[in-house]
Design a protein around this ligand. Sequence first.
Ligand code: C2G
Length: 132
Amino acid sequence: MEKRVITFGTFDLFHVGHLRILERAATLGSHLIVGVSSDALNFSKKGRNPIYPENERMEIVKSLRCVNEVFLEESLELKGEYIKTYRADVLTMGHDWEGRFDGFRSLCEVVYFPRTQGISTTDIIAQVKTYE
Ligand code: C2G
């Protein structure tokens, strides 16, 4: 039987940490759905837009072999709705969100994965700024 996995993220300046968590997420089931955070959602959280616009971030994530489906995540408050709409059996997120989504255990299984150490979009931006 198909087992549907859902995960969320911005995936800005796509890097190997993003790839690894998506590959791990895919091992939890047979169909991986990714909610890519909208530019507006990022702006409301961080006060700046991502470097790559939402349509390009979605295009990159959609092209991965381990990803079956992408959609635009427009609000953090809608996770329960997205889980139901996409009939997810499992919600998975990185450890930076540990415990934050335990409330959804009544709707689906919730699994947290460790992050890849030593790489992040924030660090990449900071490093690029040091180059001439
Ligand atoms: N990640 C990782 N290792 C890294 C960096 C990120 O495993 N070195 C994981 C994060 O834990 C997350 C996913 O990659 O599960 C996407 O990370 P971000 O793009 O930073 O997503 P974020 O802004 O945390 O998502 O509903 C959640 C929101 O969409 C926010």
